[in-house]
Design a protein around this ligand. Sequence first.
Ligand SMILES: *Cc1c(COP(=O)(O)O)cnc(C)c1O
Length: 225
Amino acid sequence: MTIEENVKKIMSNVDAAKAASSYSNQSVSVIAVTKYVGVKEAKEVVDQGISHLAENRVELFLEKYEALKERELTWHLIGNLQRRKVKNVINFVDYFHALDSVKLAQEISKRAEHPIKCFAEVNISGEASKHGFSKAELLSALTELSELAHLEIVGLMTMAPFEATEEECHNIFGQLKKLQVEISEMNLPKIPCTELSMGMSRDYEIAIQEGATFVRIGTEIFKDL
Ligand SMILES: *Cc1c(COP(=O)(O)O)cnc(C)c1O
């Protein structure tokens, strides 16, 4: 397989999942997660028309950003971020997907030179090993988050457990959708919360059916090369 073939297959699966979704006129952005590959493969994926790139670690993010900064791309940082590393990276980030505490949000707002679009990460499944706010924690943090100058909560992000069945994935993603709508309807300053970052290689079609607007795909783009 080539990256071109993998991307074509994914795009057609995305279209099919949109057609099967309960939400009409859903816009879905495919984010290529390049953490398993080098700059060469990342460039190839951009040549296939994908303009959203993501890394989960600061060092790898900066390496890819440096190599590809001449291209018109949207840059996503998707992994958990230590507070001491915020200042090194945050001003190169368009979307940060792993906001998991008020303290981290405060550090981001302090270091950012423009409002950073963030997804609040929610641990819907309640797995002990997962990062993220619980639903209750997020609801009680919203007022504080909405007071931060350089931070915008554009939406919510979650990950389904690795061993989750299809039914469990539907359930987890459906719960995140409900919470996103609930928060969006509060109309809080700087918390539009209209987007949903959910779905990876093994479950993006389910996530789209449940309302995902950003899917984060690595393995399926770069497999069998
Ligand atoms: C690695 C990673 C992905 C992509 O996972 P694949 O299963 O390779 O598609 C998505 N989201 C996060 C947060 C990741 O760390």
